[in-house]
Each structure stands twice: as C-alpha cells, then as structure tokens.
Design a protein around this ligand. Structure first.
Ligand code: ATP
Length: 333
C-alpha cells in the first residue's frame, strides 16, 4: 500500500494532459502516492453529474489532500464554478500563491519572492448576485469579521513558520469603508499577536503600481477574494507567466493544490501546455505531506531543464511539447 493516497482531479481543457505529465514526474521521483482519480469541472457538469460530484468531495474529505487540474467556468451564464463550489463545500478559506523567480527562467524582474494569501470564500464570490430592475444588476460583497480574522491568522502563522518578515494587507478601505475596512481592521488586530512579523497595509491600486515597478519590496500579501484573484495573476506575470504559477487552497477539512491558471481552451488537446504550474503545486503538496526530499528533487530537476532551455514549452519561448518537457525532467531525476 502506498504511503499517501491523494485525490487527483484532472479537470478540463489542458487539465488531463498536465495531470498526466505531473503523475509521470512524481513517479520518476519516487513519490509514494496512490492517486484516487475523481471527476469535476465542465465535462462532468455537461454529462449531468454536476460540476463537483459528491463522490469527489467525499474522496477529498477522506484523503485530506488533493491535486487539482483547472476546470472551465462559462462566462455570463451556465453552471457554477467548480472551484467556487469546492472552496465553499470544503471551507478552503485560504488560497496561497507564491510568486518567486525560478532560477534559469529569464523574466523582466529579479529578486521577486512574495506570497499572495487570498481569502477564498467571501467577498463578491459569495455568489449573491441578482437583477434588481430589468437593467440594474446587483452583486453583494460580503466580508465578515470571522472570515477576515481567520485568513489574517493564516497569513501571519504561515509567515512565522516560513521565516517571512512582513505581512501587508491589501485593501480599498478608503472607498469600501465598511467591508474592506473590516478586513483591514481584522489584520490590524491579528498583527498585535505576532510581534515577530512586521505588518503594514496598502491600497490595492497603489499595490498594483508598486508590484509592476518594484516587486522585490513585497513579502507576504493578504487580500480579499477578488483583489487576490486579480493581483495573483499579475504576480504570475512577474515571474514567468501563468504556466509557472502554483497555488494551494487550505481549509479546515483538507488542502487542495492547483495551478493559478485556467483550463486554457485555446491550446487544449494539442500537447502544448506547460505542466510547471501544476508540478510546482505538486511540490507544495509534497511539502505539505512532509515529503521534502522528493519535493526538492523534483524542483532541482525542473530548474535544470528550465536553465538548459532546450526542452521548454512554447509559453517559455521553447518548442517542446508537454510530454517532451516532462520526459526531460524525468531524465534529470
Ligand atoms: P480562467 O478564467 O479559468 O482563469 P482564462 O481563460 O482566463 O481562464 P487561462 O485558461 O489561464 O485563463 O489562459 C490564459 C492564457 O494563458 C491562455 O492564452 C492560455 O493558453 C495560457 N496558459 C494558461 N495556462 C497555461 C499553461 N499551463 N501552459 C501554457 N499556456 C497557458
């Protein structure tokens, strides 16, 4: 019997291709994992089994850990987001997205090493949206004290555990005085309990400008859901793009690791996708499972392949396909 059983949701679009590549690399690295493959996403919804079936949720609850490929959410109508459903049902309240320069990958900035902590269950993502008159739409932004405190506590505890120096709360409390005001106040209160981690705050528009001018000044950023979604894509762009940006959703009942990017329908099924973001999410998962040696081995092999630049995918200005890239990493292992 394998040491760890992990739920694997391949998902939609490029999901199955990159999930296969990651499984292959993990196997080559000697990760002792049994994959409990489960459905979820658009294809599953269209087949009438719902966007996030109960069996899939039960599998994650049982295993406590999942690796998830991207799932497609239609724009302007159709089924609910698989991710939003998953985060709500499993109460995955903190989404961490590290943005760190990868050695060997040339990007516009050097010295970027920050972590986004995104509140994952509230804000405009509560899904309370309706037409109040034929031409007037209303979307409610829900921010609670409890929701803000627990994500702030997560940001500070994570910073302490990782030896990070500073948490910056990103908000728009000058305009959204009550909602973002509550989020900021919760961070100010929690900060008092963490004298070893510095705290400051910044308005989200200024944060964006600072991030694209001097990103190296930031350490850990804690944001409400919507700003977190947008700013984390911006941060992915700072360190090489969506193809290399990993993430983790942490909750009270388990943890789901997934890339920042979506299902990339424009390149799906063509064998062109970069599996790095899902692979690095897998590395975060191995660290969560305390398999640090295997995590480091995979990271080193990935960096070696990226540094050589001979077998990288098109988004990184190379010519290799998903499998050739994965095979090159396996060869390094
Ligand atoms: P979502 O709303 O789910 O985030 P989206 O369509 O806005 O989805 P993505 O699916 O992430 O965004 O795609 C944005 C762009 O980035 C597309 O051009 C896509 O091909 C590219 N892209 C995303 N992920 C990868 C990847 N792993 N490898 C290569 N290109 C990618």
């Amino acid at each position: 019997m394998a040491k760890h059983t992990v739920t694997l949701i391949p998902g939609d679009g490029i999901g199955p291709e990159i999930a296969e590549a990651v499984q292959k690399i993990m196997k080559a690295a000697g990760a002792d994992i049994q994959w409990d493959v489960a459905e979820g996403g658009e294809a599953c919804a269209l087949a009438g089994r719902g966007v996030m079936p109960e069996e899939t949720l039960a599998s994650i609850k049982r295993n406590k850990v999942a690796l998830k490929g991207p799932t497609t959410t239609p724009t302007g109508g159709g089924h609910q987001s698989a991710n939003v459903t998953l985060r709500k049902r499993l109460d995955l309240y903190a989404n961490t997205r590290p943005a760190k320069n990868i050695p060997g990958l040339k990007t516009r900035f050097d010295g970027v090493d920050l972590i986004i902590v995104r509140e994952n269950t509230e804000d405009t993502y509560a899904g309370i949206e309706h037409m109040v008159a034929p031409n007037v739409a209303q979307c409610l932004k829900i921010i609670t004290w409890e929701g803000s405190v627990r994500v702030a506590e997560y940001a500070f505890e994570m910073s302490r555990n990782l030896g990070r120096k500073r948490v910056t709360c990103v908000h728009k409390a000058n305009i959204h005085k009550l909602s973002d005001g509550l989020f900021l106040k919760a961070h100010e209160e929690v900060a008092k309990r963490f004298s070893d981690v510095a705290f400051d705050s910044i308005i989200v528009d200024n944060a964006c400008m600072q991030l694209v001018s001097r990103p190296e000044q930031f350490d850990v950023l804690s944001l409400p859901n919507l700003y977190g979604d947008i700013v984390s894509d911006l941060c992915a762009g700072l360190v090489g793009g969506l193809g290399v940006a990993p993430g983790a959703n942490i909750g009270t009942t388990g943890a789901v690791f997934e890339a920042v990017h979506g299902s990339a329908p424009d390149i799906a099924g063509k064998g062109l996708a970069n599996p790095t973001a899902l692979l690095l999410s897998g590395v975060m998962m191995l660290q969560h499972l305390k398999e640090n040696a295997t995590a480091t081995r995979i990271e080193k092999a990935l960096i070696a392949v990226l540094s050589e630049g001979k077998h990288v995918t098109r988004d990184l200005k190379g010519t290799a396909g998903t499998h050739a890239f994965a095979d090159a990493i396996c060869a390094k292992l």
